[in-house]
Design a protein around this ligand. Sequence first.
Ligand SMILES: Nc1ncnc2c1ncn2[C@@H]1O[C@H](COP(=O)(O)OP(=O)(O)OP(=O)(O)O)[C@@H](O)[C@H]1O
Ligand SMILES: Nc1nc2c(c(=O)[nH]1)N=C(CO)CN2
Length: 169
Amino acid sequence: MSDRISSFVIPRFYQTAIALGSNLGDSAETLEKALQTLDHIPEIRVKRRSSWYKTAPIGPAQPDYLNACALLEVQLTPYQLLQTLLNVENQFGRVRQERWGPRTLDLDLILFEDFILETPDLQVPHPRMSERAFVLVPLAEIAPHWIDPISGKTIAELLEQVERSGAVT
Ligand SMILES: Nc1ncnc2c1ncn2[C@@H]1O[C@H](COP(=O)(O)OP(=O)(O)OP(=O)(O)O)[C@@H](O)[C@H]1O
Ligand SMILES: Nc1nc2c(c(=O)[nH]1)N=C(CO)CN2
């Protein structure tokens, strides 16, 4: 009996940061419901969320975005979390059309502990994180001291290096 108990491994919780974006439909409601949906998944706890930021679109001409970031505790691997985020995007009617085009809901995995993953389907930290004010402004609100394992800089330091005028609360 004691052998069985000692070999039982309780899966640990991992700290992760995600970015949310929407520029089609009722974006505020979509972001709110997306976070509720994630929080209802047994392996995910939403620990903190940023304000919603209205941001100018990067990429092709399209409506302004509403962007936000959230900190999650997950009992999932990075790949399981990515699949979960893609499933929730689909649940909210995400249709993949042009690259960087408009969308009802975009969920990106930004940071997963201090892991660096560079696989064809998943790159963590998100490869375009450090150039995007629409990610860094909300993330700096809730996790300014989190260190990007690629650059060794904090989120607050990365934010100092980008032009942030397109992101307004
Ligand atoms: N960290 C990550 N977070 C989310 N998706 C990722 C990540 N790394 C790789 N991907 C892959 O990117 C694919 C396309 O994602 P998506 O359609 O959301 O891109 P995009 O939002 O148009 O552009 P961008 O990646 O620049 O934000 C996903 O299916 C996923 O396999
Ligand atoms: N402001 C803003 N622009 C974007 C966004 C986004 O979330 N916000 N997402 C994109 C594709 O990931 C492309 N452009």
